[in-house]
Design a protein around this ligand. Structure first.
Ligand code: ADP
Ligand code: ZN
Ligand code: ZN
Length: 665
């Protein structure tokens, strides 16, 4: 081997190992043309893997006799634009996730499996812009501010109450990017919202608009990816993973419902799509709009501190007015299976007037608990520290935290009595209760059980718009972003859930959900009404929210966060561990804590058992890292993770690190 051949190919492979892998070139001429982001086939143990070329290296720490040549170069040109490569390397460091797994998020499955990437071009259709609405003063101001800054990086927080016409602002903010033949990324929180958004955007602009989400087939994903990469697709509407699209030339990013939890991936590579989108906008020197009726406390804080530009829409657009609120105090009331007389009579009024009614209950299934009437035993999940939910349709008990299911038992396992009672209210039961009250009215129920089949969500939504249904029942799936012109009454069946959350963001989430759900009422000319059933009618949350002063509500939350030193006043990272016993999980995290030593300015709280200590048969614990300094945090995590393999019990533990965790379990 001659000296000039002593070069190594550094390859990212999608494995849990936190490093790159060095290979020998197969043919040094071909390899000298490789650019970062090309795929190569390599031997790995007994398998063949498709990896991504990162760089050429002069030296390697792998012993010469262990080095193997690559098998094949799959691409002549990089599949991953350079800015995306950089983002990938950055995100792998920031989230402390193996770089190969991070980069795997950037390619459609078929390309990850090594399928060939043929270049093909499609005709670019003519751009033609259909008519815009006349903006109101606040909308016009927002659009003007964004358009004034069309060629520079700025983050705009568009805080607009529900029905204030945020979409019209997005649409008119897009004009310049469309005219300049640039691409626009629109991110929405749910697959269910993509068809609706796609329709609204493509009605306005006659350019190629595409959807991108996990419900598509690998073939559809690959096609969409190609259309984005060669610049054909101009408006790209997608859920969180759309942030990794290989844009040719991006002109604007819009994140609708920026507060939504779905933008944070909760397993594996735990990235926040909103935060990464901001980085992409910064790279492209373009504006990014974060829109919401209920911005997250973190985002509002950045707006208050001047990092983001705050644009407010305080009026409903067109002729729509804000709904009337009625708090129904259900203490000491005789409820009929969870529903008060007041709510029933409010429903009767609206239905008699030919309007639609929406009831919100964030609990699917028939009953969340089945208990023994003679001894109080509750049917538990065998694998989780949780009760099981009764689903009447299938006559089965289901655990909503693992895959466990079983037939509803006949008798109590503790005392043998044949007296098992379903207790509490889920959406399935709510539907059957309402069928009794309103036998001639047709009901649509939207939850995970009724929308499993592909296309079923869309059918239900279309049926609602076409007024095939008069009563809509839904979990939070129905609360997000949808626009139902004929819903004039929204009933919140159980508003109290958030009061019992163990998460420091529990109240924030509850407030957001209440406003979002209430916002579905009266979105056109008709007056909307909202009925809220609660056991805590005097809780300040209701008064702040009902006076439509969301920012006052968030300011109260921010004061609490500051006092407790929670984000945005500090940065968090959460180590989680799952083991075969509580001790094992806790001990592992004690060892993690020992690796940290006693770093200045960083507090390590725990380890403690997770709020649900056992899930799917595994015992769970967590260790919270909290600090003011991002740099210190990153350095500490680096130090811990590079030494984590030395922990004796490590092979028996499943562990993860979550940087900027959004949920504390
Ligand atoms: P948001 O997303 O803020 O909840 P939407 O963008 O869905 O609100 O707008 C609510 C309704 O108001 C839509 O039917 C929309 O067409 C209408 N609308 C928005 N802006 C205007 C306007 N300037 N004039 C008249 N109607 C408008
Ligand atoms: Zn019993
Ligand atoms: Zn379970």
């Amino acid at each position: 081997m001659t000296l000039q051949n002593l070069k190594y190919l550094r390859i990212a492979l999608s494995t849990p190992l936190r490093r790159l892998f060095d290979y020998l070139p197969s043919n040094s001429e071909a390899c000298s043309h490789l650019t970062p982001g090309c795929r190569v086939k390599v031997p790995f143990g007994r398998r063949t893997l498709v990896g991504i070329f990162i760089e050429m290296a002069e030296t390697t720490t792998v012993p010469q006799n262990k080095l193997k040549p690559i098998i094949e170069i799959l691409d002549q040109e990089s599949l991953i634009p350079q800015d995306l490569m950089q983002l990938g390397l950055w995100a792998a460091e920031y989230y402390h996730h193996p770089v190969g797994e991070v980069l795997a998020h950037f390619l459609p499955t078929l390309l990850r499996q090594g399928k060939s990437e043929k270049n093909f071009k499609t005709e670019r259709p003519l751009d033609a812009i259909s008519k815009h609405l006349t903006l109101n003063v606040e909308q016009a101001f927002a659009v003007e501010k964004i358009r004034e800054n069309k060629n520079s990086f700025n983050v705009f927080l568009l805080h607009g109450i529900t029905g204030s016409g945020k979409t019209e602002v997005y649409l008119q903010a897009m004009i310049d990017a469309i005219a300049a033949h640039k691409q626009i990324l629109v991110m929405v929180p749910e697959i269910g919202l993509t068809p609706q958004a796609l329709q609204r955007f493509s009605e306005r602009f006659k350019v190629v608009s595409i959807a991108l989400h996990s419900g598509q087939t690998p073939r559809q994903r690959l096609n969409a990816w190609r259309l984005i990469k060669d610049g054909t697709a101009r408006i790209i509407i997608g859920t969180r993973s759309a942030v990794f699209s290989p844009f040719l030339e991006l002109g604007l990013i819009i994140i609708d419902e920026e507060h939504d939890l779905s933008f944070k991936q909760q397993d594996g590579f735990r990235y926040h799509a909103r935060d990464l989108a901001i980085l992409r906008a910064q790279h492209y020197k373009i504006p990014i709009i974060l829109g919401s009726a209920t911005p997250s406390a973190e985002t509002l804080y950045k707006a208050y501190s001047g990092k983001f530009h705050l644009l407010s829409l305080t009026q409903r657009a067109g002729a729509a007015t804000l709904p009337n609120y009625q708090i129904i105090d259900i203490r000491n009331q005789k409820l009929e299976e969870g529903i008060s007389k007041d709510l029933i009579s409010a429903m009767q009024t609206e239905l008699a007037a030919g309007q639609q009614v929406m009831l919100f209950l964030n609990r699917r299934g028939f009953a969340p608990v089945v208990l023994c009437h003679s001894c109080g035993w509750i049917i538990p999940c065998r694998r989780c520290d949780m009760r099981m939910t009764y689903h009447q349709h299938s006559k089965r008990m289901q655990c909503h935290h693992c895959e466990m299911q079983k037939i509803l038992p006949v008798s109590c396992e503790a005392c043998g009595a044949n007296d098992l009672l379903p207790v509490g209210l889920g959406t399935e039961r709510l539907e059957s209760v309402l069928q009794k009250h309103f036998p001639t009215v047709s009901i649509a129920r939207i939850d995970r059980d009724t929308t499993q089949r592909k296309g079923s969500m869309n059918e239900l939504l279309e049926g609602i718009i076409a007024e095939k249904y008069q009563i809509l029942i839904g979990t939070q799936m129905l609360a997000k972003g949808h626009h139902f012109p004929n819903v004039t009454l929204v009933g919140i069946v159980d508003a109290d859930g958030g009061f019992f959350s163990s998460d420091f963001r529990g109240i924030e989430r509850m407030g957001q959900l209440l406003i979002q759900v209430a916002g579905r009422a009266g979105r056109v000319q008709k007056q909307g009404n909202v009925c809220i059933q609660t056991h805590y009618p005097d809780h300040p949350i209701f008064h702040q929210l009902l006076s439509a002063d969301y920012q006052a509500f968030v300011q109260m939350l921010l004061e609490e966060r500051q006092a407790a030193n929670f984000p945005p006043y500090s940065h968090l990272a959460l180590f989680r561990a799952e083991g075969f016993s509580e001790t094992q999980a806790l001990n592992f995290l004690k060892n993690v804590k020992n690796l940290a030593g006693q770093p200045a300015g960083i507090s390590l709280a725990g380890p403690i058992l997770a709020p649900m200590p056992r899930r799917a048969g595994k015992h769970r614990a967590q260790l919270l890292v909290q600090t003011q300094s991002r740099n210190n945090l990153q350095r500490l995590l680096q130090k811990i993770i590079s030494a984590i393999d030395t922990i004796p019990d490590k092979p028996k533990i499943r562990w993860s690190i979550d940087v900027d965790p959004m949920e504390m379990f």
